[in-house]
Design a protein around this ligand. Structure first.
Ligand code: CA
Length: 636
């Protein structure tokens, strides 16, 4: 392949030289034309190339910055830059002459603006203004999301339409269409900002937004996973500035912001797809192959190179070209892009999409570079697998037999999601054993307390449907996830028990009622909610707000018991507090004999049940309502 590349480059250069010849002749003709008509001769037009990152900051731990410059024939120019403290340490022209990569060292730079000149035969043919901004004080030491938080997952197109004026954006391919759930509904940043009060009152302390970068795709663009510009918020959600303002407003309300990022792929309408920097920018291009989705090719000691490549280099879907992170310029581009958004909107975390699909060495490097820049930051990866061995392989601190160090701080706990869902749904109380066994496998994780736990998300049937629309089982599940170890995440609408009958994924991404003018039901105000939906909302709100101040739930130890008498019992405790949680799956009232719990109950004289507020004076036998969760704050 190397030889064919070289040939390719040589051929391109030859074409370019020929093109240059024609251009010169054309220019002479134009010049003659002007002179003949007696008009003044026009100066050579100066173009403004695209430069990314669009700006940067001084005072970063890593003083190096690589700029990607894109403009016609920019690769044939000479770079001139004069700004105190900024040193050009490398300029690289690549096989496509329309790109130039500039390596800068900013060690001694002060914040300010300057120009980058691109010259040809002594003349400036292109000019790029650039800015180095001042970092916010304490930026490096921001606190990432952690187990003291409860995360609210929102799909921006589906939450609230605060600005109907941006539902349709001139020049963008897909128009709004509310006649189908597969169309864009018009939700936006303004809608999110308008309802920050609701989110904070509910007791959430973090928001994970599904991606909001530009997805200028002809159809099915509402989910946001086909990025067409890594530096631009989609116009139908708002602007970069609005995103930043939203993050600030959230921060003032004590809510951390987590950004959804995608390293594995971009959208097929991404601007660089029409003019790629290098032939190896995209895997399997142009004759793409679809990924096998056999994700444990990453861990499999017997995996063939063929299967590894077919998994990791195959495209997710035909509209999402697979990015080749092994190309060092692309890797740097993506890593800098993450840092840019962290710094620009003051993020408290990243949720990385399709975590096992990109190149695993580059992902590890990404984790390390982000953590070096922001030591208290948090990142959660989506590895949708039900085997803890596969998940734990990625987590920071894991000693793997193949020597791989993933350095990923957190993962989405899909095994626990599945265990709880099936333990509740499948008939019989013995099924509770699935929860016990799942958590017993925590020995494989270096840090199980940093996993994100959740009843459902935007990619799965809503939790209410998972538990056969049984309100009691639903409450047991929500209560469990808000008290077990880890960082709970609740999907928007679960707090009002959103439901669906269809099976297409757009069904579990329905608009939140009350987010659109004229909605007959309003989840924000409670108008039109059923008594049961209201009860669930109050239940969720009560537990979230209780959890907020409970260090014992955030970071306490955990001890659980093998399920008995149709109940699963676990304790969370630290030096000051002890909480006992009981899931009773029996369909009738149950007297829980507590003798076997003696090691945890010794020294406790009574309890207060958090949901009902009832006081318990005797712990020798506890009466549990049918199909219920009880949370007892134990008294010494
Ligand atoms: Ca809108």
């Amino acid at each position: 392949t190397n030889q064919s590349w070289l040939w390719h480059v040589a051929f391109k250069n030859k074409q370019f030289i020929q093109m240059k010849k024609y251009l010169s002749i054309l220019l002479i003709l134009v010049a003659i034309g002007f002179t003949a008509t007696g008009k003044p001769r026009k100066a050579t037009p100066v173009v403004q190339p695209r430069v990314e990152p669009t700006f940067w900051w001084t005072g970063m731990k890593n003083p190096q910055l690589q700029l990607m410059v894109h403009a016609e024939n920019i690769g044939t120019t000479r770079v001139a830059l004069a700004y105190p403290g900024v040193r050009v340490i490398g300029v690289t022209a690549v096989e496509n002459p329309n790109y130039l990569f500039i390596d800068l060292d900013l060690s001694g730079a002060q914040p300010g603006k300057f120009e980058i000149q691109f010259q040809k035969e002594g003349k400036t043919v292109a000019l790029a203004p650039y800015e180095l901004k001042v970092r916010e004080p304490g930026s490096a030491w921001r606190k990432g999301f952690n187990s003291s938080d409860a995360m609210y997952l929102i799909m921006p197109d589906r939450f609230a339409n605060g600005n109907p004026g941006n539902d349709e954006v001139t020049g963008m391919k897909e128009k709004p269409d509310r006649s189908t759930l597969m169309g864009r509904q018009g939700g936006d940043i303004k809608g999110l900002k308008d309802h920050l009060g609701y989110i904070a009152d509910m007791g959430f302390t973090a928001i994970w937004l599904n991606p909001l970068l530009e997805n200028d795709m002809p159809t099915f663009s509402y989910h946001g996973y086909a990025t067409t510009d890594f530096y631009k918020v989609d116009g139908r959600y708002g602007s970069n500035e609005e995103y930043r303002e939203f993050a600030e407003a959230a921060r003032e309300k004590g809510i951390k912001l987590i950004m959804d990022m995608i390293f594995n792929h971009c959208g097929s309408e991404h601007w660089w797809m029409k003019d790629m920097p290098m032939a190896d920018w995209i895997n399997f291009y142009p004759d793409y192959k679809i990924t096998t989705h056999v994700r444990n090719a990453n861990q499999d000691p017997y995996a063939s190179s063929y299967d590894k490549a077919m998994f990791s280099d195959g495209w997710f879907v035909p509209t999402m070209p697979d990015l080749n992170q092994r190309n060092p310029y692309l890797a740097t581009y993506l890593i800098q892009n993450s840092i840019w958004w962290i710094e620009y909107v003051h993020l408290a975390g990243i949720r990385m999409d399709t975590y096992p699909y990109p190149d695993k060495e580059v992902m590890a490097e990404w984790n390390r570079l982000i953590t070096e820049e922001y030591p208290d930051f948090n990142i959660v990866g989506e590895e949708w697998y039900l085997n803890q061995a596969v998940l734990s392989y990625w987590q920071k601190g894991k000693v793997n037999i193949d020597g791989y160090r993933g350095d990923l701080p957190s993962l989405m706990d899909f095994p626990l999601q599945n265990a709880v869902s099936t333990a509740l749904r499948d008939p019989g109380t013995g099924e509770l054993m699935k929860i016990y066994e799942c958590l017993a496998n925590d020995f494989q994780y270096p840090d199980p307390g940093n996993l994100v736990v959740f009843p459902d998300n935007h990619d799965m049937t809503r939790f209410f449907v998972q538990v056969n629309r049984d309100v009691s089982l639903f409450k047991m599940g929500i209560g469990f996830f808000l008290t077990t170890r880890g960082i709970p995440q609740i999907y928007y609408g679960s707090e009002i028990m959103m439901n669906h009958t269809g099976t297409h994924d757009s069904e579990y991404r329905k608009p939140f009622p009350g987010g659109w003018d004229g909605d007959p039901i309003n989840g924000f105000t409670g108008l039109g909610l059923t008594a049961q939906e209201k009860e669930i909302q109050q239940f969720t709100q009560k537990l979230l707000n209780w959890r907020k101040g409970k260090e014992v739930i955030h970071s306490g130890k955990m001890t659980h018991f093998v399920p008995f008498d149709g109940c699963y019992v676990f304790f969370r405790y630290n030096d000051h507090e002890k909480v006992m949680v009981v899931l009773n799956k029996n369909s009738q009232e149950t007297a829980l004999k507590t003798d076997r719990l003696a090691e945890m109950l010794t020294g406790c004289s009574g309890a207060r049940e958090v949901i009902s507020g009832k006081e318990v004076t005797s712990l020798s036998s506890l009466t549990l309502p049918p199909k219920s969760i009880s949370i007892f704050e134990l008294k010494k």
